[in-house]
Design a protein around this ligand. Structure first.
Ligand code: NAP
Length: 465
């Protein structure tokens, strides 16, 4: 349990979530007024959201951002309450009774469905489950991925999550072994027979959603060729004109890279990432309940009203034989009890960070949102910094205008204690952090993560001494 506040502060903010957007919200608040009290709540005993549970284990340079979060957490106005689920241990009304403002920064924890026949077949997986599984997220540790008998894998979508999934599926397990990858995932990947990942993009090479760095990184893996056929790498005249007029530098670089791969052909390496474009899955076919092939429809790009190339079905279809299929077509928000939810977009409805009762409805004073649950699952980690600052600007303006909640109690630790909730403090987390790192060192890894909430809590209690 975090220590009670030494003295009640006149500006108290609860932040639900402890991923990047939560930390950037805390940072902006503490910069705005060092006397503010910011309490971060997470349902898991451990902080950092997708930095711990989403960023790929071989991308430790990206995970290095926790150094910034550790500095924020060292601020005397900051407290962490892990193992506290809003809607179960505390209700939104409890937060409103203790804080002047509440910020929902709980991200997007689920996956987007394809909505095609056969999605329920064995061998069809959500990339979000795979990512959580290899990162040791407690919600995903129970998943099983049948990599032992699969050679050919379809991967739908070509964003950076698809890049992470492709890299983890194709890289040598030795590349991942020294990282903080979950032990169960490394053991399964060591038995994997996957030799080919077929990336299915519904638009063309000029509209690929991956960052150039990510696709280039795969081509640099010692065992993997990135293979693009001449037909797939072809940039149509509409896209050429669009690239020249308004294409981002990253899109130009992607198109150039993909065309260079066409020239390289099939390559000599034992594993292949095959980049297909202008294909969208329409049906998944199986035998005895298990996936056998994916039917894709071929697309062409046509200009929409503002000239942007959009995919349109040509009527031609193709069946691609695969053993497994991963859907990497985006994350989706999960509603939090007591918090308005826009089911269509999968986010907390808001106007510039101020929560509204429903889409187009009235502002709910004192309630705000930041990060993916505010704007949807887009952007890199740093994008959440500007996003959080914008929300905090709205909070500062409302505070100056006297529009805040009217809490009747000062310190939530009293309520948590009365309810018998064993919340995890920042000091608890720091001990677990050091313990996980030490466990990893024993086996040549950066960290050995605990992967269940029970194990985490038992270890935290033992480390409290
Ligand atoms: P994303 O970048 O939005 O990519 C989603 C992909 O799914 C796109 O290719 C999209 O195609 C496709 N798609 C969506 N619906 C589809 C459908 N019904 N049928 C076929 N394809 C469909 O999302 P993400 O990969 O989940 O990544 C989320 C965010 O996290 C992104 O901003 C990403 O850059 C970031 N991220 C960054 C890193 C990193 O920096 N290393 C790693 C992971 C994630 P269209 O483009 O045609 O819509």
């Amino acid at each position: 349990m975090p220590a009670p506040m030494s003295e009640p502060r006149s500006w108290r903010v609860a932040v639900v979530g402890s991923g990047p957007s939560a930390f950037y919200t805390a940072e902006a608040l503490l910069k705005a007024d060092p006397a503010v009290a910011v309490d971060l709540f997470d349902r898991l005993p451990v902080p950092f959201g997708l930095v711990r549970g989403g960023v790929a284990p071989d991308h430790q340079n990206i995970k290095g951002v926790v150094k910034v979060y550790n500095k924020i957490a060292a601020n005397p106005g900051f407290r962490f309450f892990g193992n506290v689920r809003i809607g179960r241990d505390l209700q939104v009304a409890d937060l409103a009774a203790h804080y002047h403002q509440i910020v929902y920064a709980f991200g997007c924890e689920s996956d987007t469905k394809l909505g095609v026949a056969g999605e329920e077949l064995a061998g069809v997986y959500a990339a979000t489950d795979f990512v959580g599984w290899y990162n040791g997220h407690p919600d995903h540790r129970q998943h099983r991925f049948d990599l032992q008998e699969a050679r050919s894998v379809a991967l739908v979508g070509n964003g950076n999550v698809a890049m992470d999934v492709a890299r983890v599926l194709l890289a040598s397990p030795d590349h991942l072994a020294p990282t903080d990858i979950a032990g169960h995932a490394l053991a399964t990947l060591r038995t994997s027979q996957v030799r080919e990942v077929i990336l299915l993009g519904r638009r063309g090479p000029a509209q690929a959603a991956f960052s150039p760095k990510e696709i280039e990184e795969i081509s640099e893996l010692p065992d993997v060729d990135v293979v693009v056929s001449a037909a797939d790498g072809h940039v149509d005249p509409l896209s050429k004109a669009w690239l020249e007029k308004e294409g981002a530098r990253s899109q130009q670089r992607n198109a150039e890279f993909l065309q260079a791969q066409v020239a390289l052909g099939e390559g000599q390496k034992p594993k292949k990432l095959r980049c297909r474009f202008l294909v969208g899955p329409t049906e998944l076919h199986g035998e005895s309940g298990r996936l056998r092939s994916v039917r894709v429809q071929h697309m062409e790009l046509v200009a929409d009203a503002d000239g942007t190339p959009r995919p349109k079905a040509t009527g031609k279809t193709e069946d691609i034989r695969v053993d497994l299929l991963f859907k990497a077509i985006g994350y989706r928000g999960v509603p939090c009890p007591g918090v308005p939810f826009d089911d269509k977009k999968g986010i907390v409805p808001n106007v510039d960070g101020r929560v509204v009762e429903k889409v187009g409805g009235a502002v709910r004073p004192g309630h705000y949102t930041a990060g993916w649950c505010k704007r949807g699952p887009t952007g890199l980690i740093g994008t959440n910094s500007l996003d959080a600052k914008a929300t905090v600007d709205a909070m500062k303006a409302d505070r100056a205008a006297g529009s805040m909640l009217a809490p009747t109690a000062t310190d939530v630790t009293t309520l948590l204690r009365a309810r018998g909730i064993d919340s995890v403090s920042w000091a608890d987390w720091q001990r677990l952090d050091a313990w996980e790192v030490a466990q990893g060192q024993k086996v040549g890894k950066l960290r050995e993560k605990l992967v269940s909430i029970d194990e985490m809590m038992q270890r935290i209690r033992a480390l409290r001494g």
